[in-house]
Design a protein around this ligand. Structure first.
Ligand code: ZN
Length: 438
């Protein structure tokens, strides 16, 4: 389908150009076969371009779709079910028992609910890590979402039972990686260095190398994790990842709250992307990741919501806002994490972190058309003035009016096109009630 967005203001997120040229006013964006064909001053696009759909850009700001670099999409089912607890109590005593009862259907509806919420707040790609991955991939395929799915080659069950699922992972990878016009990417999930033993970490990195894929791992979320690692290995989890070959492949490192200067240099050296989850880290009382120092060390910083059970929503505008405020307050320095940096974290950095960087994260000709339109005809977005400030400090997820993903319209005038929102809310609520009541 050919689409033209007419007379729209664009924040391209293209770090290759300077900040002024990154903001294009009153332009037409032409989209053909899922990719951006042209960006030209309004009314001056190629005369032989015949759009099937024209979308008005009046009172709209086009930005790249947000990228949620760390989430557990189906945990929407556990939203508001276990709060105000520390991570180990929350995870082991409350969340794992519920997850033991999960069935494929529950995960399918929970994933669709998470996708609905993310599309409605402008997220077009995510790195999802969860269980029942056939149900997960079905939901993503049907919704038309872009996703990096990470599946674990070890299955952890109640009572400490661990099943070897390396062959199953290999089959899943071969079946799904690159499917849906490249929108589905499959990484290995390594939950963490505390849940996994050393030998299995080596096996995981060998498998990732064999398949030429990446790894999504939780790293240094809590002070306890750091302390325990030093007690067990005399090293930080980051150093364990180097030793076991985990960092020899592309890695999404979620959290990275308790990192030392040495850890940061390692992350930079091995090009590990950090997924900063400010809401989840605050809510679980885990701490605050030293983002300004990691930026100085040259680490690619992306943003994530984590699961809805530890956030308790999946709204990337909120994470971006928080990422821009938190470090200023903590460091008593308003120059830390400026609006442009926070915007890059939510868009282009996220895209690079989850392996879609060559195709998405930036609005420019040749890239995939993953574009969201923010309705700026709102009191809190007037006057707009600096567009970075407007998006990071004033805009809300609910201001997103239209979502285009891979050149397909997935939401228009806030109505989802590939998901029956009412049915999804109903089914997910029913699943949630059954799971939580046990
Ligand atoms: Zn997580």
């Amino acid at each position: 389908m050919n689409i033209v967005i007419e007379g729209v203001d664009i924040l391209t997120s293209d770090s290759a150009v300077n900040s002024a040229a990154d903001y294009i006013k009153n332009a037409d964006i032409g989209i053909k076969d899922g990719r951006i064909l042209f960006i030209e001053p309004a009314g001056t696009g190629p005369s032989d371009f015949k759009p099937d759909r024209r979308i008005s850009g009046r009172h709209r700001l086009a930005i790249p779709g947000m990228v949620n670099a760390h989430t557990h999409c189906a945990m929407t089912l556990m939203r508001n079910a276990a709060d105000d607890l520390p991570l180990d109590k929350w995870l082991f005593e409350r969340i794992f028992p519920i997850e033991d009862r999960l069935m494929d259907d529950d995960v399918y509806w929970g994933t669709l609910l998470g996708i609905s919420e993310m599309l409605k707040s402008g997220t077009t790609a995510m790195a999802d890590m969860y269980l029942h991955m056939e149900a997960v991939v079905k939901a993503f395929s049907e919704a038309g979402m872009r996703v990096n799915i990470s599946k674990s080659p070890l299955e952890f069950h109640s009572g400490g039972k661990v099943l070897d699922a390396f062959d199953e992972f290999r089959d899943y990878y071969k079946k799904w990686n690159g499917r849906e016009n490249g929108k589905i990417k499959v990484y290995l999930e390594v939950h963490s260095t505390y849940l996994w033993d050393y030998e299995s970490l080596i096996r995981a990195s060998d498998l990732a190398k064999e398949l030429n894929t990446g790894i999504h791992i939780h790293l240094l979320e809590t002070a306890k994790e750091r302390k325990d690692s030093f007690e067990q290995y005399g090293k930080s989890p980051v150093e364990i990842c180097v030793e076991t070959g985990i960092f020899d492949v592309p890695v999404i490192g979620a959290h990275l709250v308790h990192v030392s200067k040495e850890d940061m240099d390692i992350l930079h050296k091995y090009k590990v992307s950090a997924a900063h989850n400010p809401s989840s880290n605050l809510k679980l009382g885990s701490g605050i990741a030293p983002i300004p120092a990691m930026l100085d060390a040259g680490v690619n910083i992306a943003l994530g919501t984590d699961g809805a059970a530890s956030n308790n929503n999946l709204n990337m505008f909120e994470e971006m806002h928080l990422a821009a405020l938190l470090h200023k307050g903590l460091g008593q320095n308003p120059e830390l994490v400026n609006a442009r940096q926070a915007f890059a974290m939510a868009t282009v950095n996220g895209s690079n972190a989850i392996g879609f960087g060559s195709d998405t994260g930036v609005i420019k000709p040749g890239m995939k058309a993953d574009i969201i339109l923010i309705d700026t005809d709102k009191p809190h977005l007037n006057p707009l003035n600096d567009p970075y400030s407007a998006v990071v400090y004033s805009a809300q997820g609910a201001d997103v009016d239209t979502v285009i993903l891979d050149g397909n319209i997935l939401m228009e005038k806030r109505e989802l096109k590939t998901i029956d929102e009412e049915k999804v809310k109903y089914e997910a609520a029913a699943a949630s009630m059954r799971l939580i009541s046990g």
